[in-house]
Design a protein around this ligand. Structure first.
Ligand code: PGA
Length: 253
């Protein structure tokens, strides 16, 4: 089972992308690069593909995670379409992303629901990656830091600690838009989240950044002192680009 350490954590969030064939081609290219470069990967790399591909990536030797899990505490039951954290563990997942903004937006997931899901992730003995972020309107009109804090306060179960919980700061206006937050904006929020986590929950979680991360900006983002990794959507779908970002993260710590 994975343990949270001080290496960079690079998470590929494939969202709803790739057939089995496309995933196999990806793995083939990815592994060829690894062999060609003869460089050992020195940061933690986790692939969070659609559920249909977890087994494919696991069998290829990758560390895998899921993009969501069931909110009900039952391990099995009459919950059509749901998959429990325990079942995801059974198929080899070590991490589960919870509360991604697309789940919050398209499935109306609340902080309370996110909290139940994270508690289930912990009960299964897995690591939760809790996503929080503000919309553009919130950043412009309101005290958006309070919104981030509220998401944490309402979404963090008592079972959370620095060994089973990672925070992913993903400003919504930067996800899939090509707009990245500035280095100062990211540094400020990561520092804020770290301080608040310590004062409210008495632990310092690993905090990773997500939102239009690409080959051009990953170095500068990873150079920020409280950024401990990246949650990458679009740029993780291309094995060459993703591998290059991993190499940057390798050097970084
Ligand atoms: P993006 O997605 O890298 O495509 O912006 C990030 C995410 O949604 O986790």
């Amino acid at each position: 089972m994975s343990e949270i350490n001080n290496k960079n954590l690079i998470v590929a969030n494939w969202k709803m992308h790739k057939s089995i064939h496309a995933a196999q081609q990806y793995i083939h290219s990815f592994m060829q690069l690894e062999e060609l470069e003869r460089s050992s990967i020195n940061c933690d790399v986790v692939f969070c593909p659609p559920v249909t591909l977890i087994q494919v990536l696991k069998e290829a030797g990758m560390v895998v995670g899921a993009q969501d899990c069931c909110a009900f505490s039952e391990i099995e039951g009459a919950f059509t379409g749901d998959i429990s954290a325990q079942m995801l563990k059974d198929v080899g997942c070590q991490y589960i992303i919870v509360g991604h903004s697309e789940r919050r937006k398209y499935h109306q997931e609340s902080n309370e629901l996110v909290k139940q899901k994270i508690a289930n992730v912990h009960k299964a003995g897995l690591i939760a990656i809790i996503c929080i972020g503000e919309t553009l309107n919130q950043r412009e009109d309101e005290d958006y830091k309070q919104i981030l804090l509220k998401a944490l306060e309402e979404g963090m179960p008592e079972s959370a600690n620095d060994r089973n919980t990672i925070i992913a700061y993903e400003p919504l206006w930067a996800i899939g838009t090509g707009k990245t937050a500035t280095i100062d904006q990211i540094a400020e929020i990561h520092q804020y989240l770290l301080e608040k986590s310590l004062s409210r929950f008495a632990f310092s979680p690993k905090i990773i950044y997500g939102g239009s991360v690409n080959l051009e900006n990953s170095q500068a983002i990873l150079d920020i002192s409280n950024v401990s990794g990246l949650l990458i959507g679009g740029a993780s779908l291309n094995p060459e680009i993703f591998y290059k970002i991993i190499k940057i993260a390798n050097k970084n710590r």
